[in-house]
Every structure is written in C-alpha cells, then in structure tokens.
Design a protein around this ligand. Structure first.
Ligand code: ADP
Length: 707
C-alpha cells in the first residue's frame, strides 16, 4: 500500500509543497531583501552621479568666468594701447617716425610686437626691427580683411586667429584696431600680437585632468587657443551646438562629444560682453565618473553586504518559523493523538465492542480486550485477504455487517471501518492506509430480532390458521353434503350417474384442500436450509422449466432478459423458484381473465427481467421483475394482495396464499417483494441483496473467516 501511496499522491504533495504559502513568503522575502538594497544603491548612485556632474559644471563655470575676466583684463591694456596709437597716429608720418614712435611705447610683456600697416595692408613699421621687411604685404592677414575695402570702419577690437609673427617668429593672437587720417578715413591698421603661449601655458596649468578642455574661441568660431590633452589653435567649432548657443545666449552648459578628440565632456561656455571672444571649460565625463567610482564601489559593496545580511536574516527567520510551525504541529498532533486514543480506549471498554487499529503490519487492539470471543474473531477477520481487498483504497468510513465464525462460536458483527488521515498530511506524505475498526457484537440483537420475527411469524400463522379453518371448513361442508347426498341417492337407488357426480364433487374439493395445504407447507417450513450463492437467472430458468410448457399451451409468450455479469445472490433456490412460479401463474391468470373479456385473439405477454441495481451508501442488489399485460391490479385491492387468503379469483381457483407466502420467503432472504401497475399490467419486483453484501439474517451466511 505504501508503494501505491508514493505514486501520484506524492507528486501532488510535492506540487503543493512548491506553492506552499510559507515558501511563497520566503521567496518574496528573498526577492525583497535582494532588491531593496540594490534599488536604493542605484538611486543613490544616480543621485551622486548627477551631483558630481552638477559639481563639474559648476566648477567649469567658475573657471570659465575667471578665465574670461582674466582674458579681458589681459587684453584691456593692449586695447588701450591700440586706441592710444589710433588717436595719436599721424598718417603722414614716415615709417622711421612711426617705428620710433612704436619703440617708444612701453609694451606689456605678453605683447610680442605692435605693427602698423597702411590702408592697403602694406607694413609701415613695427615695434621690432623691420630690416628688409619694408613694403611687406600683410593684406592677406585675416585681421586685415576685417578692415580693408570697407567704407565704414569696424569700431571694435578685432581678435584674429593665431598667426606666426613674421618678425617675432612666435605665435600670437593679433589684436587690431583701425587707424584713420585727419579726415577720418581709413588709413591703416594697428596690430598688437599677443603671445598665444601665454594663454596656452596658463590654461595648461589650470587643467586638473588630462582630458579637461580649456578653449578660447572667437565669435567667428575659430579656436584662438585650446588646451586639452594636446594644445592647439585654429580649429573651426562654429558647427558645435555649445558654440552656437553661447553666441545666442551669452553662456551655456557644455555637454558634448568633441569632434576633434572624440572626448565626451561636461562644462561651461561663456562669451565676453566686451570682446568678440568666448571661453569654454569642460571636464571629461570619464573623469567625472571616475570621481564617483569610489563612491559607487562603496555603495555597491554596502548594498551587497546588506543584501547578504538580510538574506541570511530572512533565511534564519524562515527556518525559525518553520521549526516553530513544526513544533506546534507536532504538539497539536500529539495532543490530538492522545485525545483520539483516549476516546478509542473509552469506546473499547464498552461490552461487546472491540476497537482495532489496523496498519499494514496487522491489527492491534486499542485498550484492553473486554470481550474474549469478539476480539480474536475480529482480529482474524481483519488479517484476512478478503478484508484487505474490501478496504483497498478506502477513503470514507464504511459500515459492514459480517458473520464471523471460528468453528466453535459464531458472531454477527457490525463494523465501522474508518480510514485514518494524518493530521498533518503535508508533513508526512505517503503515510496512510491506517484504519481504525469499531466492531460491535450484534449477535444478541440479531437473536432477539429473530425471536421477534418468529413471534410475528407465529402471529401470522395464527391468522393463517383462522383463515385456514374457514377455507377448509367450506370444502369440508361441501364434501359432507355431497357424501350424505350420495349416501341418500345410494339408499333410494338413484342411478350411478348421481353417485359419480357427487364423488366428483368430493374429489374436486379434496384437490382444492390439498392445494391449500401445499401452500401451508411452504409457509410453515423452517428456514433451516442454508442459503447458497447462485446466479439469480438460475431460479428464473428453473421456474420456466416447470411452468413454461403450460404457458405455451395457453399461448402466452414469456420473454426473459438479463444483464450480463450479474452478482450472485444468497438464496434457497427452490424457494426463489416457487416465488417466481407464483408470480408467473398470477400473471397467466390475469392474462387469461383479460383474454376472456377481450376475446381469444388477445396476445398474452409476460416479460421477466433480471438486472443489477446500485444503491447509494449500500451494497448492490439484484432485481427480478415479472411484468404482464393482464391489465393490472385494481387500485382498491392493490394494498391487500399480500394478505393471506386475499384473492379475487373465483372460489376453487385461488387460495389467496401465493403472494403472502412469496412475500415471507423474499423477506427471509433479506430482500423485498413489491408491486406496481405498469401501462399494460402488473409489475412485480423481487429485490435481493447481492452476494458481496452482508447477509441480513443470522444463519443466512455460510462465510467462514479464513485465518
Ligand atoms: P391467488 O392467486 O390464489 O388469488 P395470490 O396471493 O397469489 O392468491 O394473489 C392475490 C390476488 O392478487 C389475486 O387474487 C389477484 O387479484 C391479485 N393478483 C396477483 N397477481 C396479479 C397479476 N399479475 N395481475 C392482476 N392481479 C394479480
């Protein structure tokens, strides 16, 4: 049985274990403890990242603003100088005079040289010696192009692209202002070359990381000085979004990937309000992220540590809960077991009651055996293969009546077989097959019932005797009368015909009397003969063998129909045959009566059906049904037909004992005999318990318990 339990049931238990609420809760907890620290870490990390970025932008903004101011301050004196030159410039002065004038000026250290050109862009003089450079054409220079050929002279300071000074041989940013003659017409350009290295060196020093960018850009988008990983100038950034937005708005947060070195940076760009220049300061994103790296590592390791800690706590808590539950369940189980045991033991003390605990190993007595006969018999029965077969797969408590015998004592025992369910099935799946059996000795009760039955039998016998006296008295009277008439006839010498008629009458009456007495014999017969298992169809066949020929002569068609695989019934077959013959004869009589009324053509039909009948909560039974087309029983007499001597048949034909005796026989078999009217005639139903069911009467069972 254990092997059987480990089949689909165990699988079901496994599945149930998976969706166990405790397991679900644990999984949920694990997910939570895993997820919460990670989500928190991610949020913190992002917040920190943003803060770092904002910090980088703020830092860039400070640096850019400072650089712009410093640039403006560096340029201001040079611009003043150029303005001074412009205001004092004499267009008619000779190059030598101009040179002298320029040399007399105390130039700021970052200014490489100051150069004056004429309106055609030809070099007039420089603060540096211009030997061999006279008439040098500078009209190609970008800063010159800003003025040359213009009607209206550009009023502001022009800051050109870095150029390599012809005289200084150094890279400088040309700062230029136009010169006018006495009439205010464009007369040339004064250019101060500002050493680019000044800025670049300065910017280089300011840079805090390799990829940091500091750039000085003209409003034309051309880089004047750029310090990144390498220093450079002259790049065109006019296509850059940051550049365009700075021109439009004066300042902007820089956030782009450089087309020159491919580095992604964040920073700030600000334009000068005084000069056509803007400054961009930007930190590489990688560097910004690098800064939060340590923080990130710290956050993640904290999160992981926290997760692990929480996980361990959850695991311990889960284990603790489970243990608690198990302990509690064990406690409850033990208590319930104790209570159960107490109840069972109390029951076992009732006289005539045995309580057995049945396991696979066998049956054991609960409590002390109070009944020395009952317990051993019950135990032997419970150990029998028959019992094992009967209770295989038992799910619900079952009530059984058993006739137990060991050769010396015979007991009628009523048993309740209740499968035991484990209190905590999930905890110990696969357990089971255990049962508790309550056995109650019913022998005494059965004997009393039997006595009562015998008494009722006696009572009905009295009834029968009264009826019998009346029934026999009648033919006796007729016989007496016929005999005395015959005697008188004989004395007066009447012809022998008269005597023969009287004797005939007497014979008829004796036939009638013997029929009544025949019935009485069946009625009075002791049911000592044992019930034998037989197929219900056997009795039907036996009965038809007796009366079938008569029926054919009477032109009554008898059809039998029986289900296959019918269970056996326990019966005395001759008695059952007797009952069926009786029913068939009654059917024939009804048909003949109807035929007499309707005419000879009336086709008589009797149908005998044998079938199994399942019953809810009780063993199967067998039904033998005899239906005819004789028109049925009038409603007003249907209640009385089972009474002894009730007959509707003409005197001399019916005894009124057939159904009464049949009823008694079937009741003796533990079955029932009933009648109802069908559409064509009466339908009599015999119901007998199938053999598997417990026999209803003591002595009715031939079952001997196999040890
Ligand atoms: P008897 O046959 O000697 O009259 P029974 O006890 O067998 O006695 O029947 C009692 C009565 O029941 C019959 O007289 C008859 O009225 C009625 N009865 C029995 N069987 C049938 C039947 N198949 N159809 C109609 N009536 C029936």
């Amino acid at each position: 049985m254990a092997a059987r339990m480990k089949g689909p049931e165990a699988l079901g238990d496994g599945l149930r274990g998976l969706v166990n609420p405790v397991t679900l809760m644990l999984v949920g907890l694990v997910v939570l403890v895993g997820v919460i620290p990670f989500v928190a870490a991610l949020a913190l990390y992002q917040m920190h990242d943003r803060a770092e970025r904002d910090e980088a932008v703020a830092d860039a903004r400070r640096t850019a603003t400072l650089l712009l101011r410093s640039f403006e301050q560096s340029i201001a004196p040079v611009d003043l100088l150029l303005l001074n030159i412009a205001s004092t410039y004499d267009a008619s002065a000779s190059p030598v005079q101009v040179h002298t004038m320029l040399r007399s000026i105390n130039l700021p250290p970052a200014v490489l040289q100051v150069t004056i050109t004429d309106k055609a862009g030809m070099l007039i003089a420089s603060s540096l010696p211009t030997d061999g450079m006279e008439q040098k054409d500078l009209s190609g220079r970008e800063y010159m192009r800003a003025y040359l050929g213009r009607e209206a002279v550009h009023a502001g300071l022009s800051i050109g692209k870095p150029v390599l000074g012809l005289l200084s041989k150094k890279w400088g940013i040309p700062l230029a202002r136009p010169l006018v003659d006495a009439e205010g017409r464009f007369a040339g350009v004064a250019v101060a070359s500002y050493a680019i290295s000044d800025f670049i060196d300065f910017y280089k020093q300011l840079r805090t990381e390799d990829d940091m960018l500091i750039a000085l850009v003209g409003r034309d988008g051309i880089v004047r000085a750029r310090a990144a990983r390498a220093t450079s100038f002259g790049e065109d950034v006019s296509a850059s979004r940051a550049f365009r937005q700075t021109i439009a708005n004066g300042a902007v947060v820089y956030d782009e990937v450089s087309v020159f070195d491919g580095v992604a940076r964040v920073g700030y760009a600000v334009a000068s309000t005084k000069y056509p220049i803007l400054v961009t300061v930007a930190h590489s994103l990688a560097a910004v992220e690098q800064r939060s790296k340590e923080f990130r590592a710290a956050i993640w390791s904290t999160a992981i540590g926290l997760s692990v800690a929480l996980f361990i706590v959850a695991l311990l808590a889960g284990r603790y809960l489970k243990l608690q539950k198990k302990l509690k369940a064990n406690e409850v189980q033990a208590l319930a077991r104790q209570r159960e045991a107490n109840v069972l033991e109390a029951i076992s003390r009732v006289p005539g009651v045995a309580v057995m605990h049945v396991t696979e190993a066998g049956a054991s007595e609960v409590g002390t055996a109070a009944d020395p006969t009952l317990s051993p018999l019950v135990r032997r029965y419970l150990a029998s293969g028959r019992f094992r077969n009967l209770v295989r797969g038992l799910k619900e408590p079952q009530l059984r009546d058993e006739h137990l015998s060991d050769g010396t004592s015979e007991l009628e025992v009523e048993m309740v077989v209740a499968p035991l369910q484990d209190i905590d099935r999930a905890a110990s799946p696969g357990q089971g097959g255990d049962m508790v059996v309550f056995a109650v000795d019913r022998t005494q009760r059965r004997m009393e019932e039997n006595k009562l039955y015998q008494m009722s039998k006696l009572a009905s016998l009295g009834e029968v005797a009264t009826g019998l006296a009346h029934e026999i008295n009648q033919p006796l009277g007729v016989i007496r009368l016929a005999a005395s008439n015959a005697l008188t006839g004989l004395k007066v010498g009447l012809p022998p015909d008269h005597l023969a008629g009287k004797l005939d009458r007497i014979i008829q009456q004796t036939v009638r009397m013997s029929r009544i007495i025949d019935h009485m014999r069946i009625f009075g017969r002791k049911s000592e003969e044992q019930l034998q298992p037989s197929q219900p169809t056997q009795a039907v066949e036996g009965a038809l063998q007796v009366v079938g020929a008569h029926f054919r002569l009477d032109e009554i068609e008898v059809n039998t129909m029986s289900e296959p695989h019918l269970p056996d019934v326990l019966c005395r077959q001759d008695q059952l045959e007797q009952v069926i013959i009786n029913l068939l004869q009654n059917a024939r009589d009804a048909i003949n009566e109807r035929r007499a009324a309707l005419g000879e053509h009336f086709a008589g039909r009797i149908a005998v059906r044998v079938a199994g009948e399942a019953r809810i909560g009780a063993p199967e039974q067998v039904l033998i049904e005899v239906a005819d087309n004789g028109g049925g029983i009038p409603e007003e007499v249907v209640e009385r037909i089972f009474q002894p001597f009730f007959t509707t048949k003409p005197p001399g034909k019916g005894t009124g004992l057939g159904l009464s005796v049949s009823f008694g026989i079937i009741r003796d078999h533990g079955g029932s005999l009933s009648v109802r009217n069908g559409s064509e005639g009466a339908i009599f139903s015999i119901r007998l318990p199938a053999r598997l069911a417990a026999p209803a009467l003591i002595g009715a069972s031939a079952e001997i318990v196999q040890g």
